[in-house]
Design a binder for this molecule. Sequence first.
Ligand SMILES: [Zn+2]
Length: 161
Amino acid sequence: MRYFPESYKRIKPLNVVFDKYYPLKCEICDKDLLESMFVEKMNGVVVFVLPKNIDNNKNKIEDIYIAFKGMCDEQKRKYYESQGFITCWGDILDLVNPLLFMQYIISILNNFNAGTISYSEKAFKKEKDFILKLSQKVLIQMNEEERNRAKNIFELGFIDL
Ligand SMILES: [Zn+2]
């Protein structure tokens, strides 16, 4: 941080929120996307799988998957399209921006509150998993006191990965 401030800003340390690091893996090739994004400059997408007849008032998200842009994403997308679904996606690199990360979460809350989206059980679990893992890149470093306080409140087991 002191000697390479520019690199530090770009890379950000990974395991600052939780005791250990949880990789965010591409569902197709199993490679860690968070690390590849910054080390190899590869980018990924979070993809939402929805029924073809999209209804602006109520949509059920059937699945969510994380994949590298390009080959990985395309493979999965083609599969779902052949099954009669449509997909829409978000750029994971954008979501590492703290403001856009919060906006992502708030928009989910808003949609829930308005009743405009619902999730399949699988998709909901994956959404939470995605947010928790991505937070490792977004949230600032907690000090020991904050970390312990959070642990006391949630009595461990508060993170279900
Ligand atoms: Zn992949």
